[in-house]
Design a protein around this ligand. Structure first.
Ligand code: ZN
Length: 142
């Protein structure tokens, strides 16, 4: 029996390149900047960890990252393996503790080891502009 995968934070991957999300789309409180080791699954079976500054709402435990920032970072990490990356190619799945991320920088980790250390997101939220921000659904992005 393996232990159930631990989970923390909700996640919103924003397709709106021009939106800074200095306020939380859920509760309208001011968000903070937080640098998080973001674990991203890239099809078919690559795990990338991006040390990425995200917006964070402590009250909602909501992490917000922008597609327009994540995609160049992924391409940079994947190097020549890929000429382009599309939204359907990758899924941010969770975060690492900072010390686990630092250790991983010193010595190579297998994807399985990274997954063991990953805090999965509790859920993926999706917001859309409809006059104000609306929570579109609570299902993971397809
Ligand atoms: Zn909030």
């Amino acid at each position: 029996m393996t232990a159930p995968q631990r989970a923390r934070y909700f996640f919103f991957l924003s397709p709106y390149a021009g939106m800074a999300f200095t306020r939380c789309p859920e509760c309208d409180a001011k968000t903070k900047q937080r640098k998080l080791p973001l674990v991203v699954h890239v099809e078919p079976h690559t795990i990338c960890v991006l040390n990425k500054t995200c917006r964070f709402c402590p009250a909602c435990e909501l992490v917000i990252a922008r597609q327009s920032e994540i995609e160049p970072l992924l391409l940079g990490m994947l190097g020549d393996q890929r000429g382009a990356i599309e939204r359907s190619d990758y899924t941010p799945i969770g975060t690492l503790d900072r010390e686990d991320w630092r250790d991983g920088q010193r010595e190579q980790r297998s994807p399985a080891e990274v997954m063991e250390q990953t805090w999965l997101f509790k859920d993926h939220w999706k917001f859309e502009i409809t006059g104000g921000w609306q929570l579109a659904d609570h299902r993971p992005p397809e």
